[in-house]
Ligand binder design. Structure first.
Ligand SMILES: Nc1ncnc2c1ncn2[C@@H]1O[C@H](COP(=O)(O)OP(=O)(O)OP(=O)(O)O)[C@@H](O)[C@H]1O
Ligand SMILES: [Mg+2]
Length: 248
């Protein structure tokens, strides 16, 4: 059973301090929602955990199963079982979805999956997410609609089977049907109990489908309140005003 332990994490971007002491523990089988206003540092937390070079760790620690994640390269983090779905994924012309996914699986497992086995897993994953088969041959993220990007993220989850998945704004830009398909994908995936999920979102909409065990409110680069699913309902009703006043 895996555990991600974030302790007193401080992160700066270009000399600007963004995260100011984040403490969070995510265990396999748990789903944590991080909510909070624009610019409160939610994506910064995701990027810092994933090892994005722009984000400088200025204090604290991040351990995955006791191993120091911050000492690992981005590849090593993926191999250790960490997955990040970005709010704004990059377009990569010349690399097809299918090639990208096979390389990703190869890099995470440390060996290439057999072609036939991979093709079978890919097809099953795409069917489950109602993705058109032609999608596999498209260039990575190029011209993907919002919904296609998000389905592609969940497809990656199903194929890579990470220990800890960080999903940043997976619900943004989804219509009701796509939201349901994506939520079902996340639920299928977390239903195994082997994976911890950190779900970053503005809205409670997705939390109706993907019930979090814990809700954390971010403001001014730290967690300012924590609770169960009922906290998300309260935020929906009252907004973030109470927290942003404190943080400013
Ligand atoms: N690469 C960067 N360069 C400059 N500033 C950055 C960078 N990344 C983040 N910031 C700044 O850090 C602060 C927090 O940004 P972050 O993206 O973490 O917020 P967020 O909570 O994810 O917001 P949103 O809800 O809008 O996605 C913002 O003031 C942002 O401008
Ligand atoms: Mg963000």
């Amino acid at each position: 059973m895996s555990t991600l332990e974030i302790r007193d994490l401080h992160v700066a971007v270009e000399d600007k301090q963004i995260l100011r002491g984040v403490d969070l523990t995510v265990r396999a089988g748990e789903t944590h929602a991080i909510m909070g206003p624009n610019g409160s540092g939610k994506s910064t937390l995701a990027y810092a955990i994933a090892g994005h070079p722009k984000y400088t760790i200025t204090g604290g620690s991040v351990l995955l199963d006791g191993e120091d994640l911050l000492e690992m390269s981005v590849d090593e983090r993926a191999r250790a079982g960490l997955f990040l779905a970005m709010q704004y994924p990059v377009e990569v012309p010349g690399i097809s979805v299918s090639n990208f996914l096979r390389s990703a699986v190869t890099s995470v497992r440390g060996e290439a999956p057999k072609l036939r086995e991979f093709a079978k897993d890919l097809k099953a994953g795409m069917d489950a997410l109602s993705i058109d088969p032609a999608f596999a041959q498209r260039n990575l993220n190029e011209g993907f609609s919002g919904g296609e990007k998000k389905r592609h993220e969940i497809l990656q989850l199903e194929l890579l089977k990470p220990k800890i998945a960080v999903l940043d704004e997976t619900d943004s830009g989804l219509d009701v049907d796509a939201l349901r398909v994506v939520s079902e994908g996340i639920n299928r995936f977390r239903g195994t109990g082997d994976t911890g999920v950190l779900l970053i979102t503005h809205y409670t909409r997705i939390l109706r489908y993907v019930k979090p065990d814990f809700v954390h409110v971010f403001a001014g680069g730290r967690i300012v309140e924590e609770g169960g699913p009922e906290l998300a309902e309260k935020l929906e009703a009252e907004g973030y005003a109470a927290y942003t006043k404190d943080a400013a």
